[in-house]
Ligand binder design. Sequence first.
Ligand code: IPD
Ligand code: CA
Ligand code: CA
Length: 262
Amino acid sequence: MRQSDEMQFAVRTAKAAGRILLEGFDKGVPVEHKGVIDLVTEFDRRADHYILGRIQKTFPGHRILAEESGSTGDGDSPLWLIDPLDGTTNFAHGIPIFSVSIALWEDRRMRLGVVYDPTRRECFWAERGKGAYLGERRLRVSETAELRDSLLVTGFPYDAWSNPDNNLENYARFAMCTQGVRRLGSAALDLAYLAAGRFDGYWELRLGQWDVAAGGLIAEEAGARVTAMDGESPYLSETPSLIAANPILHAKMTAVIKGTAK
Ligand code: IPD
Ligand code: CA
Ligand code: CA
């Protein structure tokens, strides 16, 4: 599949940012706290700064929303959504599960997205209407139709200690009716793995737009139904919460989350 110029740019930039992250990985980098359990490192900032610079140079009129540097630009020009390091807690603990996520929103929809895992050198990408890929290989979500045959993945919000709506109840419910529920620690990779059929379903509460912009499109282009927690509404909001799976499993997951499953 031929990639558009913007897609090629996003892939090149994500890979280069991934190389920056690898310079710091496993070297015991100092950790700062954005919240009690919300961490950030110099390498989150370095990768953020690099991606921002590349976009500003190549697409000077475009807007940017990046996790570590906030919003730049105004109007309704195309918007780049950046998570320079998704999986900072893993990164800070020397666990090789993290990614770079870059997406482009244009004409009121996500146009393209890339999720790059620098430790495995896996590059997941999608352009709207053209399918989802891991490198050259076309991706398709699993056809698993029963929760008892499924492997799910989720995550927990950074306010889990203080907010009772912390996903533990959903976690307990799914743990009792599936083959297992993983917590990888990178929402972008969770969605990319769902697209690749490695996981059968994913849900999570109160993420950032940069966490799900690329992975959400990759999952959709691989055939996933991706919605908000009511099982119907669009998932992209200020703090997206989402359920993602093939349409049959999506309906069953929604029923478990709503407490209406038989
Ligand atoms: C986090 C990861 C994690 C998810 C958190 C995110 P960060 O992103 O995606 O899997 O559970 O809610 O905030 O902070 O590592 O970029
Ligand atoms: Ca993130
Ligand atoms: Ca991040």
